[in-house]
Design a protein around this ligand. Structure first.
Ligand SMILES: CC(C)(COP(=O)(O)OP(=O)(O)OC[C@H]1O[C@@H](n2cnc3c(N)ncnc32)[C@H](O)[C@@H]1OP(=O)(O)O)[C@@H](O)C(=O)NCCC(=O)NCCS
Length: 224
């Protein structure tokens, strides 16, 4: 059934993935706000992250994509540079992505998969070989992401969060040695600024959803 739906959507609708341009900014922030609203916490901050990320030095415009269906932006993915450091102090520049989202009405129809796979191809073309992300494993294991523990990639405090996943873009890009992962400073969001930004937008109701409890469990869990 799922496959038929994907083929149907590709046959009957015009689907295009392209780089984000300035005239998309407001729409992309709206789509992000709608996709994340009340999902992980009451309200969300991801649209603010999108807003501030584009001007950060670690942001990668070449890996900033929108997906359009019938000429309407319905989703996006953004990447930033991140790094890993091994026990001898050697550094490796890698990628992280997020926010990534598809508008609620278009979710689970294959568009997120298309967008991610496209971005992986472009990341390889730019010479990157590893992506590290934090997220709900349900969304990423089918895209080839594995627990960070399997690649010996941990946080500075030596832990392996359940939500931290690694994808090798090139086979055996990682050789089993221990790496500590560091993301970009842009990920450290000023909550008050995020709140102020949100208040400048059309009001949306903050509510509890069970997915918030799922997020709490995932984000407080570690692989031994
Ligand atoms: C996560 C997200 C980007 C995925 O995009 P999507 O277009 O909904 O996902 P897709 O339809 O491409 O499906 C991706 C995977 O989801 C699963 N899936 C697809 N249809 C499904 C369905 N009807 N029910 C349950 N799972 C389904 C499958 O595992 C699929 O991969 P596979 O076909 O290779 O097995 C999107 O759902 C989203 O924006 N969610 C809200 C924001 C968010 O959580 N972003 C990620 C931050 S961690």
């Amino acid at each position: 059934m799922k496959r038929e739906k994907i083929e149907w959507s590709q046959m009957n609708k015009k689907v295009e993935i392209r780089n984000e341009v300035e005239t998309d900014y407001k729409k992309v922030e709206e789509v992000t706000r709608r996709a994340f609203w009340n999902l992980y916490v009451p309200g969300c901050i991801e649209h603010y992250l999108v807003h501030v990320m584009r001007s950060h030095k670690d942001f990668l415009p070449k890996l900033d994509f929108v997906i359009e269906v019938d000429n309407q932006v319905i989703g996006n993915i953004m990447y930033t540079k991140a790094r890993m450091v091994d026990e001898s102090g050697e550094e490796k520049e890698i990628l992280t992505f997020g926010p990534v989202c598809i508008m609620p009405e278009y979710q689970r129809m294959g568009y997120g998969k298309m967008l991610m796979e496209h971005s992986f191809e472009q990341a390889v073309a730019l010479g990157y070989d590893v992506i590290v992300i934090f997220g709900n494993p349900n969304n990423y294991v089918s895209r080839g992401f594995k627990s960070c523990k399997k690649y010996n990639v941990c946080l500075e405090n030596g832990t392996y969060p359940a939500a931290m996943m690694v994808k090798e873009l090139k086979p055996e890009a990682l050789d089993g040695r221990k790496w500590v992962y560091y993301d970009s400073a842009v990920m450290k969001i000023d909550e008050q600024e995020a709140q102020r930004f949100d208040e400048s937008l059309e009001k949306m109701e903050k509510n509890f959803q069970p997915s918030q409890e799922e997020f709490y469990i995932h984000s407080h869990s570690f692989v031994q």
